[in-house]
Design a protein. Sequence first.
Length: 102
Amino acid sequence: MKKSEPMSESFFYILLCLSKGPNHGYGIMQMAETLSDGDVKIGSGTMYGATSNMIKKGWIEEIMSNEPGMERKRLYCLTEDGKAAFEAEIQRLKKMIAAVEN
């Protein structure tokens, strides 16, 4: 998969969170803050817009929860295209870091 432009920080962290398994919006927001040591705080508006855009791109999809009490929450998971986009961004970032270190 060829990616032409850098991924936004919000997109990157949402995909990072979902690379660890399906999650709901609030869980992703909390995990992103934890994984970034508090540097990234994804608000509900950003979360809604980002997930909507990523669903349209085919990077994530909504799934149904099997857990009791979670039936009404929207759970998201990565698609194969989402995994490829995330991996392409990781490779792009690694190249940038390598350029700095040389």
